[in-house]
Design a protein around this ligand. Structure first.
Ligand code: ASP
Length: 319
């Protein structure tokens, strides 16, 4: 049998209702998870990392989590890792593992949308599916994945799309990699491109701004000139457009050593060079912006923190 480690971090998957707190709080431990899983899936051991809602995770926390996963995959007595995680920031931790861990062993993130006190708690079903993926030879070499609602998603592609739905995790542009069904794990496609950034830390002074119509560049000025940001991700309009008044501010930020990464606020698709008007993609390229290639804003920020943490210039970003 495959030897799987469940590295528990908290999240709704580990929560039940507390009358004292007046709502759900972390309660379940690794032992509760193992007790609920069928015995014949794998040889499972659990390791506690934290028991927190993911909105309380800090950058240090997710970096240390990724380093613990990185250490576990080098252990010859471990065939795969599962990380149950709060869904609010799950995609960021999963993507961080994906780009900073170079291993063929399955790394599987999962969670739950309903607490263990609610009818239809999805935690154990998601966990059982995650174990089956982590124990599958077909899941080797496909990078970090998110297994949720019986679907297998690439960490790079997946995002939380709904505040309450059980099928909240979707890969809007290219869809799931595969599915867990009654008697097997079906990997239907493999990610064509894997990124690896040899980061030794995360640069924390990296920020995300979403653009809306008629927005002034005041927040950008503040981040670049008062906060002294090392990196800023812009969720730009459509396929990579900004109001013309933003261009000189972006250019000044870049000249002062702040990396500016362009992605789209739309939620799927790359930014592309198409238009000749002021503020369009080619202006952003001309003044030295980097492009996120279809990553959403929160994942582009993780990648930028890792790239700057690797001591990067553009060559690490574009590798
Ligand atoms: N409160 C949760 C969290 O820790 C939400 C969840 O896990 O679904 O992110």
């Amino acid at each position: 049998m495959k030897r799987i480690v469940i590295l528990t971090t908290g999240g709704t998957i580990a929560m039940s209702k507390s009358d004292a707190a007046g709502g759900a709080v972390p309660a379940l431990t690794g032992t509760d998870f193992v007790d609920a899983l069928p015995r014949d899936l794998a040889e499972i051991r659990t390791e506690p990392f934290s028991n927190l809602p993911s909105a309380q995770f800090t950058l240090d926390h997710i970096w240390n989590l990724s380093r613990r996963v990185a250490a576990l995959v080098t252990d010859n007595a471990v065939d795969g890792i599962i990380v149950p995680h709060g869904t609010d920031t799950l995609e960021e931790s999963a993507y961080l593992c994906d780009i900073t861990i170079d291993s063929r062993k399955p790394i599987v993130f999962t969670g739950a949308m309903r607490t263990a006190s609610e009818i239809g708690y999805d935690g154990f079903a998601n966990l059982a599916a995650a174990v089956r993926v982590a124990a599958s030879n077909d899941a080797r070499g496909i990078g970090t994945v998110v297994v949720f609602n019986d679907e297998i998603h690439a960490a790079r592609d997946v995002t939380k799309t709904h505040t309450t739905a059980l099928d909240t995790f979707q890969s809007p542009e290219f869809g799931a990699l595969g599915r867990v069904d009654y008697d097997g794990v079906v990997i239907a496609r493999q990610p064509a491109r894997r990124e690896f950034i040899s980061a030794t830390r995360l640069e924390s002074n990296v920020h995300l701004l979403k653009l809306v119509v008629g927005m002034s560049d005041g927040l950008l000025v503040y981040l670049a000139e008062t906060v002294g940001a090392r990196g800023i991700v812009l969720e730009t309009l459509g396929g990579g457009r900004v109001p013309p008044a933003w261009l000189p501010t972006i250019e000044r930020a870049i000249k002062n050593g702040c990396a500016v990464v362009v992605t789209s606020r739309v939620g799927a698709g790359r930014t592309t060079d198409r238009y000749g008007y002021t503020g369009a993609h080619r202006d952003l390229a001309r003044i030295g912006c980097w492009f996120a290639g279809g990553l959403n804003g929160q994942k582009a920020r993780i990648k930028l923190m890792a790239a700057l943490g690797a001591g990067s210039g553009a060559e690490v970003w574009n590798a």
